[in-house]
Design a protein around this ligand. Structure first.
Ligand SMILES: Nc1ncnc2c1ncn2[C@@H]1O[C@H](COP(=O)(O)OP(=O)(O)OP(=O)(O)O)[C@@H](O)[C@H]1O
Ligand SMILES: [Mg+2]
Length: 255
């Protein structure tokens, strides 16, 4: 089976002053894959996401996304190219409704002109209606269909994490980055989340790269796993390879 790269990272690294947070990282995500990025606290996992989305500019290395070097793009351009993410520390518009949080995620797909919006012309109303319908569809997929009018900040923690995924999907990504999506969830919620992540991958035909400390989730849904330790690649392989890798057990799983 020939597999197409969606993401190919080579020699990626970043220094913060004297601290090298990530160094020499190679990472591959193929079309349609769910890949895990794991490692101890402070290993550099979130920093990798911040480089992939250009929150931080890498000090070294290449980020090839869909065959294109995206190193010179900014945050917005990276999102438009097809990378969307959630955050380890949930970032929602807490005072807006659940529905509006997702509607905002569609902003970069809007094609009507500002004048059309101000005058509320038919093109504006048509597109706004479509956005509301698509947003509701995403909310249903993430199990939030009956909470559309709830104020986001009033949702339980696990539901807020699912809302962030819905919002990220609204930008129509090819690659979805999830930073600890199961953090704060109970086992039942985590199980449901696993089903949702698989469904989202299949339904939207996207790839998923996820950071997670919950090994049941990681081993249960990831087809391949990359392990980071002290900012460097420790191991890469299938869940089985990783679980049996002595280096990984010593550095991480066995702790
Ligand atoms: N903006 C920054 N300035 C300085 N140091 C930073 C910055 N961002 C991250 N670091 C450092 O980089 C290292 C990696 O941090 P990172 O948040 O990527 O770890 P992580 O693997 O996501 O950990 P966790 O599992 O706890 O979320 C840490 O030593 C952190 O203090
Ligand atoms: Mg982190």
């Amino acid at each position: 089976m020939s597999r197409e790269h969606i993401l190919k990272v080579r020699g990626l690294g970043i220094d913060f002053g004297g601290l090298t947070a990530v160094n020499g990282l190679d990472l591959d995500v193929y079309e349609g894959e769910i890949v895990g990025l794991i490692g101890p606290n402070g290993a550099g996992k979130t920093t990798v996401f911040n480089m992939l989305t250009h929150v931080y500019k890498p000090s070294r290395g290449e980020i090839i996304f869909c065959g294109e070097n995206i190193a010179s793009k900014n945050i917005v351009e990276t999102n438009k190219a097809g990378i969307a993410r959630t955050f380890q520390n949930i970032r929602l518009f807490n005072n807006l409704s659940v529905l509006d949080n997702v509607r905002i995620g569609y902003h970069n797909t809007i094609t009507y002109s500002p004048l059309t919006a101000v005058l509320r012309l038919p093109a504006f109303r048509k597109q706004e209606k479509e956005i509301t319908e698509k947003s509701m569809e995403l909310l249903k997929i993430l199990g939030l269909g009956d909470q559309a009018e709830v104020i986001a900040g009033n949702l339980p923690y696990g539901a807020q994490r699912r809302l962030e995924i819905a919002r990220a999907l609204a930008s129509g990504p090819k690659l979805l980055l999830l930073d600890e999506p199961a953090a704060g969830m109970n086992p039942q919620e985590t199980g449901d989340l696993m089903d949702m992540i698989r469904f989202v991958r299949d339904h939207f035909k996207i790839s998923v790269l996820l950071i997670e400390h919950d090994m049941k989730l990681v081993m249960g849904i990831c087809e391949r796993i990359t392990v980071l330790n002290y900012g460097m690649l420790l191991a890469e392989g299938t869940p089985e390879d990783i679980q049996n890798n002595p280096e990984v057990i010593k550095a991480y799983l066995g702790e």
